[in-house]
Design a protein around this ligand. Structure first.
Ligand code: NAD
Length: 476
């Protein structure tokens, strides 16, 4: 055990922020304005459950309103506290700036263990929490738009959207009050997979940058790379599944609440996911080594480590034993500020949370735009695009007939080319574009300045300078 005191999550975020602003030339006082949390609302409410009243504590923190609405998930977990939501709200400000989603930063949470309650009870509690926030405009399509986070998903977002609609019967944009809704309740295709998909796109873009790859001592492509994932929830499952199925990466380790699984030849992510669904944990999964102390596997020999569960899992106690040359922070704040320094000194490359898990908020942005425009993406263009493509295919078919044996269309060209993009394809395309451009902006700062030590500092610099410009333009 290390004797050095670990900073809190919020202190960690502040330390990382301070390191970046020390390298920037901001107008005096602006730095402090950007750093501070604008407001945090704490709510305590009672709900009658199983014949007795239970009191719950929840938060909604607004870090920065340089752009509105502010955006950030709602987390249901026993670990929720003011410090945590404030740190997460600050990260949202920088994350949105980095991926150019036009939002300020916010975050919410309810201190609850969702596994203790049945669906009806969860609905009552969620609606009651939402009611408290809605009546104070802390959920509102033009002011504050939550999304899912740890312990919440489509189901909770649908309840929140419905609660808002009941309380604002004439708001035509009511559905835009929250994102991450199910498709039949105003959601968007590809939102559930978005954060994990974004992790995949982030890694693909990293591997397109030879210098960055070399800094981590990695070569070639993602194919065959050994990956350890912590947390096979929404983010971890999708990231691991796509990296395995589409990029040929080997998921050698999976860490869950009840322990870890390891197989140097790779685990079948879908099979492990199904096993967790059926048995409530990874224990008993055939064809892998199981260890009860799962966190030990964070220290395994691998090419890429993906912490996708919770914060502060890589800390002063284990940082020096982490062997992965590349860590991509799918979770928020998995590496503490102290560990960050140890890893930097060791030469470990970290793709920071602010960028790595921004896929969720990016697709949330698309969902919000869809709700405000009241039409699904692609509805106007798709068939027109197909008709125009048909013209070209007709010409190629004439050419095909004319050329005889000498030339013919590739077998699947016609089908692929004729099909206009549906909403899911458009969402993935928009997400891919966003993740590529954001990485390029960070990498450019990292590689062009000798005083910028890592991708995290570069990401903070890019994000803070955009927030600073927004404040300055407003005439603060
Ligand atoms: P989730 O609740 O769907 O999944 C979390 C997973 O981690 C679960 O499978 C859980 O069993 C596992 N887990 C919990 N404690 C663990 C432990 N001690 N060791 C190993 N595994 C453990 O949550 P999620 O939505 O996937 O979020 C995960 C992280 O990603 C969080 O930090 C969250 O803030 C961040 N994030 C999520 C989104 C999103 O769109 N869902 C977006 C951005 C960031």
């Amino acid at each position: 055990m290390s004797a050095i005191k670990e900073p809190s999550f919020r202190e960690s975020v502040d330390m990382m922020f301070n390191r970046a602003v020390a390298l920037m030339e901001l107008e005096p006082g602006l730095e402090e304005k950007i750093r501070v949390v604008n407001a945090t609302y704490t709510v305590r409410f009672g709900v009658r459950l199983r014949g007795k009243i239970e009191t719950f504590t929840g938060y909604r923190s607004v870090h920065s309103e340089h752009m509105e609405p502010v955006k950030g998930g709602i987390r249901f977990s026993m670990g929720v506290n003011q410090d945590e939501v404030e740190a997460l709200g600050a990260l949202m400000t920088y994350k949105c700036a980095l991926v150019e989603a036009p939002f300020g930063g916010s975050k919410g949470g309810l201190r609850i263990d969702p596994r203790k309650y049945n669906e009806k009870e969860m609905e009552t509690i969620t609606r009651r929490f939402a009611y408290e926030l809605i009546k104070r405009d802390l959920i509102n399509p033009s002011q504050n738009v939550p999304a899912p986070d740890m312990g919440t998903g489509q189901r909770e977002m649908a309840w929140i959207a419905d609660q808002y609609a009941r309380m604002n019967t004439t708001d035509i944009n009511a559905r835009a009050c929250v994102t991450g809704k199910p498709p039949h309740a105003g959601g968007i295709a590809g939102r559930v997979e978005a954060t994990g998909r974004g992790v995949q796109y982030a890694l693909r873009e990293f591997f397109r940058h030879p210098k960055d790859k070399a800094a981590a001592g990695l070569t070639d492509t993602l194919g065959g790379k050994r990956i350890v994932v912590q947390g096979l929830g929404n983010v971890g499952y999708h990231a691991a599944k796509f990296l395995q199925e589409e990029d040929g990466a080997k998921i050698t380790g999976i860490i869950e609440r009840d322990g870890s699984l390891y197989n140097e030849n790779g685990l079948d992510v879908e099979a492990v996911y199904q096993h967790i669904g059926e048995h409530g944990g990874v224990k008993g999964f055939a064809g892998a080594d199981y260890a009860e102390d799962g966190s030990k596997l964070l220290e395994a020999e691998c090419d890429i480590l993906i912490p996708a569960a919770l914060e502060s899992v890589i800390n002063l106690n284990n940082a020096d034993r982490i062997k992965a040359p590349l860590i991509i922070e799918a979770a928020n704040g998995p590496v503490t500020a102290g560990a960050d320094e140890i890893l930097r000194d060791k030469g470990t490359i970290i793709i920071p949370d602010m960028y790595a898990n921004a896929g969720g908020v990016t697709v949330s942005y698309f969902e919000w735009v869809k709700n405000l425009s009241h039409i699904r993406f692609g509805r106007m263009q798709r068939r027109q695009e197909e008709t125009r493509h048909q013209l070209l295919v007709n010409e190629l078919e004439r050419l095909d007939a004319f050329m005889g044996e000498k030339w013919s269309m590739s077998p699947d060209f016609k089908d692929k080319y004729l099909r206009g993009a549906d909403e899911l394809e458009l969402v993935r395309s928009g997400l891919d574009d966003t993740m590529r451009i954001a990485y390029q902006s960070i990498s450019e700062v990292w590689n062009s300045r000798d005083d910028v030590p890592d991708l995290r500092t570069a990401a903070f610099i890019v994000a803070i300078s955009r927030v600073a410009k927004a404040y300055t333009a407003k005439g603060l």
